[in-house]
Ligand binder design. Structure first.
Ligand code: GTP
Ligand code: MG
Length: 205
């Protein structure tokens, strides 16, 4: 899929205030600093579109970006950020979970995992919660530029094995990406394109 346009639409802290257009939507979620905002910039090839930072906790709101004038990419705050207060963490969590539970336009989420890290409870628990709430998602492994091909393969195999060892009967769909090296761009965009095509086809019928 070709990205012809990408426009920032709005930032807000409540799902009720999100854009009302019934067009396909895809959201990026994961631990702070995993590379959600960077991935949006890589997919759209627009460096400053989503705000990024080396310090965790940069994205604090629900951010909508309209792509090709007919679907949305959504950048969300990260979870598992230790330095926000307990109260802030609760507020964050509430609007993230509300977003996922209530956002009807959301066709699929992407849970981002830093490919260098061993499986973490906070990610496992989040994916379990997504499963319980029947919210479709794929995994996106990020920062693949940091490892050699053999190590990438091992990390992914170990991760999937851990998921299958837990509550998952089937491994979720996954992608391997690097925002700094443009790895995985076509794969993620083609996947979104397939879902979009199905959505618009169904709407026509
Ligand atoms: P929060 O908004 O705080 O939740 O973080 P985020 O998940 O949006 O992460 P962000 O995109 O801001 O990136 C965090 C840091 O990781 C930045 O320093 C990025 O430059 C770096 N980073 C992101 N993607 C990659 C990647 O593919 N490779 C490398 N080497 N660094 C990356
Ligand atoms: Mg961010």
């Amino acid at each position: 899929m070709k990205i012809k346009s990408s426009d920032f639409v709005m930032s807000n802290s409540s799902v009720a205030k999100c854009p009302s257009e019934p067009i396909p939507e895809y959201a990026f979620i994961g631990r702070s600093n995993v590379g959600k905002s960077s991935l949006i910039n890589m997919l759209t090839q627009r460096k400053g579109l989503a705000k990024i930072s080396g310090r965790p906790g940069k994205t604090q709101l629900i951010n909508h970006f309209k792509i090709n004038d007919n679907w949305f990419l959504v950048d969300l705050p990260g979870y598992g950020y230790a330095r926000v207060s307990k109260k802030d963490k609760k507020t964050f969590q509430k609007y993230i979970t509300d977003y996922f539970r209530l956002r009807e336009q959301l066709l699929s989420a992407f849970v981002l995992i830093d490919i260098r890290h061993e499986p973490q409870n906070v990610d496992m628990e989040f994916m379990e919660w997504m499963g319980e709430n029947q919210i479709p998602f794929s995994i996106i492994f990020t920062k693949a530029d940091k490892l050699k091909p053999k190590a990438i393969e091992k990390q992914v195999q170990d991760y999937i094995a851990k998921l299958l060892d837990g509550v998952w009967e089937e491994a979720p769909n996954y992608f391997i990406t690097s925002s700094s090296k443009n790895i995985g761009r076509d794969e993620v965009l083609n996947y979104i394109d397939e879902i979009n095509t199905g959505f618009f086809q169904e709407k026509k019928n």
